[in-house]
Structures are given as C-alpha cells and as structure tokens.
Design a protein around this ligand. Structure first.
Ligand code: ZN
Length: 132
C-alpha cells in the first residue's frame, strides 16, 4: 500500500456538512459525485496528499444509512492508495484478509475500489483504491 488516500466520514446531510468542513479545514469542497451502486453522494476536500470524503446516503439500504443508524455520524473508513488493486487483493487474501466484493468496483473520484472485511482488520473498515 502506498499511503492513506482519503478518510471517509459518514454525514446526515452534505448541505450541512460541506459548509461546516469548509470552515473547519479552510479549503473548499472541490468535487461532489454520486456513486449510484453504493447509494451515496460523496464530497471531497484535499489537504496535502490526503483527502477527506464526506458520504451521504441516497437511500435507506445504503451502507451509509445503516452505519448512521447504528453509530451516528463519524469516521466511516480509511482508504489506502494501491498501485494495482488486483495484486494487492491477492496479497491480502493470501494473508487471510477477506474482501467485501469479489471484484473491484467503480468508486468515486475515478477509482477502482474494494473494502476489507472489518473482522479481519480489528474492526476498522478499510478501503483499497487504485486510480483508473
Ligand atoms: Zn472512500
């Protein structure tokens, strides 16, 4: 893994959280993007080499809806930048780390993504992502 690409934060409402994070971070949101397959709208902020990704659910069965129901707003996942998501997936599986999806999926921000099973990561939801 090359480093932390972004930190994903679950929020109830981007309309509330985007201005809040713009004030907190002192940088503007540079991109909003819906990821239909995940049932989320994302909003990105860039700080040095790391991004903050705010995630708002678009439907009740979205993983973000379920997360907020259980735990409220807050840090949802850590995303690690990888050179080659297929090779990194194979390496992880050789080390008994399960992946959530059998194949990488299209994520926001021009990425191929997958998630690691939280039971295999000490309960931290981790994403791996590769620039397309
Ligand atoms: Zn993410």
């Amino acid at each position: 893994m090359k480093g932390i690409e972004h930190i994903g934060i679950a929020v109830n409402s981007l309309d509330v959280s985007i201005p809040q994070y713009e004030q907190l971070l002192g940088v503007p949101c540079y991109k909003k993007e819906e990821v239909e397959s995940e049932g989320v709208i994302t909003a990105f902020f860039k700080l040095g080499n790391v991004k903050i990704e705010l995630l708002q659910a678009t439907r009740p069965d979205s993983p973000i809806s379920k997360f907020i129901e259980k735990r409220g707003e807050g840090i949802h996942h850590l995303a690690f930048d990888v050179q080659n998501i297929k090779e990194e997936s194979a390496r992880l599986q050789e080390n008994q780390v399960r992946l959530i999806n059998a194949e990488p999926k299209n994520g926001a921000d021009n990425k191929l993504i997958n998630f690691l099973h939280p039971k295999d990561t000490g309960s931290v939801l981790m994403e791996i992502c590769q620039e397309k």
